[in-house]
Design a protein around this ligand. Structure first.
Ligand code: SF4
Length: 449
């Protein structure tokens, strides 16, 4: 007798529900965990510190105001654990911005669609120029970043960029917006090994307020992106929240839950967590919430104690003093000498910079935003102002002075053989389906976090 189709369908739906982080996320008691954190006692913190392995309740205790009093001890434990798991090494990477065109309206981002800024999408020759400049500085690990604009930043453009950059450097990651598994696969085959996607904020209400237009409004599609990237074969996954939009403890707890899910379900990939705080940018958005330097230090250490083997990333959004101070405490990957505008390392693309408004290139004179680009313009507008402007060589000297070894390259594809897709734990038809069918799928973008 042939089995009935219905039970199989039900089974498949049950399976998808069981394994998607979206389902787990909706069931998370985040407000209660935040409350637990705010009201944690010293005794609770001590208990969580002494545990051999920790859960979300422990993490809530470790990021609590009460744990602030234990910061020295937490930092000491975090340092010891990091040295034990990673050695005294700091991996270096550089963001390479391909394009600052974007169709999304994200209130906090300089590239937001309605900002009347100077924009450009680098040609392949220009991408090569930027790559060679970064390679000349020593980088062998590049993060390709692009805003979201299907016309300027198509998936085939991204594939060509990956191929080209991968000819020069062994480690290529992408920070482009959520794609489907089928769209990711050619990028993996072209040589991309890492996919970074930040949820920005895990608070659905704040997310809706921050993302006013464009495909990025789809919260759930973004939330499940790392799972699709894993299904497509990416071997490094990066997640994080942008601190300054919602309560930082809420965000940190959601990131911890997300990381925990990915470690269980996407276990073949190496996971990194980034901790970006909002920086000044075009549009002059002001952070809605604050996280002090001390709280950032506490959070770095809490992530380390919670996830001993997860990479922790710090970008040039933070000051030299704070970055240097965090290196021995748990950070394993930093960017240096960064530019957050396309063509920033060589001046590439300066000849065809233009103003784009609402996703369209403006002809000179057609609006108040469409004046000709001044000839002495320095190039495209940056995404945000960096806080650590030190040249790469200086950062490297500092890392060594702190007793750490700077690592430019930590793997080679030749050692792993041809790229293969990771096992799919989410059925592809489901994984490729957007949450909100009214929102068109498109290549997206984000940032050097
Ligand atoms: S580049 Fe990313 S963060 Fe910036 S407006 Fe576009 S989608 Fe939003």
């Amino acid at each position: 007798m042939r089995p009935c189709a219905l039970p199989r369908q039900c089974k498949s739906i049950w399976y998808v529900k069981r394994v998607s982080f979206a389902t787990e996320f909706d069931a998370l008691p985040l407000p209660q965990l935040v409350q637990r954190s705010r009201t944690a006692t010293r005794a609770r913190v001590r208990e969580s510190l002494e545990r051999a392995s920790r859960d979300l309740n422990d993490f809530a205790h470790l990021i609590s105001p009460a744990a602030g009093e234990f910061l020295e001890e937490i930092a000491r434990r975090s340092h010891a654990l990091t040295v034990q798991r990673f050695g005294r090494v700091i991996r270096l990477f550089a963001p390479l911005y391909l394009s600052n065109e974007c169709i999304n309206v994200c209130q906090y981002c300089g590239f937001s669609r309605n900002n009347p800024i100077l924009r450009v999408t680098l040609t392949l020759d220009e991408v090569r120029q930027e790559t060679l400049a970064l390679k000349g500085q020593g980088f062998r690990n590049l993060l390709l970043v692009a805003g979201e604009h299907p016309k300027f930043v198509s998936t085939s453009y991204l594939r060509e960029c990956v191929q080209l950059v991968h000819q020069e450097v062994p480690s290529v990651s992408l920070e482009v917006g959520p794609l489907s598994v089928d769209e990711y696969r050619p990028l993996v085959q072209a040589g991309a090994e890492g996919l970074v996607v930040y949820q920005e904020t895990y608070d659905r209400r704040v997310y809706a307020e921050m993302h006013l237009a464009g495909p990025k409004r789809d919260f759930q599609w973004r939330l499940t992106t790392p799972e699709r990237a894993y299904a497509a074969g990416f071997r490094r996954l990066g997640i994080g929240a942008l601190y300054g939009l919602a309560d930082w403890r809420y965000e940190a707890l959601a990131v911890a839950a997300h990381a925990s899910y990915l470690l269980r379900h996407c276990w073949k990939a190496f996971l990194t967590i980034s901790l970006p705080r909002l920086r000044p940018c075009a549009g002059e958005f002001q952070p809605r919430t604050t996280m002090t330097d001390r709280e950032l230090v506490q959070l770095v250490c809490a992530f380390r104690l919670m996830f001993p083997d997860v990479g922790l990333v710090l970008s040039t959004r933070e000051s030299p003093r704070l970055r240097d101070g965090l290196i021995p405490l748990g950070i394993t990957l930093i960017s240096a000498g960064s530019h957050t505008e396309p063509g920033g390392y060589t001046g590439a693309g300066r000849g065809h910079v233009h103003k784009t408004v609402r996703g369209r290139i403006m002809d000179a004179g057609s609006s108040e935003w469409a004046e000709p680009v001044p000839e002495d313009s320095s190039g495209a507008t940056e995404q945000f102002a960096i806080a650590d402007p030190r040249p790469v060589a200086e950062v490297v000297r500092r890392i060594m002075a702190l007793g750490y070894e700077p690592v430019w390259k930590d793997w080679d594809a030749a050692l792993c053989g041809p790229t293969t897709s990771a096992p799919n734990h989410v059925p592809l038809a489901q994984a490729n389906k957007r949450t909100d069918p009214a929102v068109e799928p498109a290549p997206c973008g984000s940032t050097d976090r």
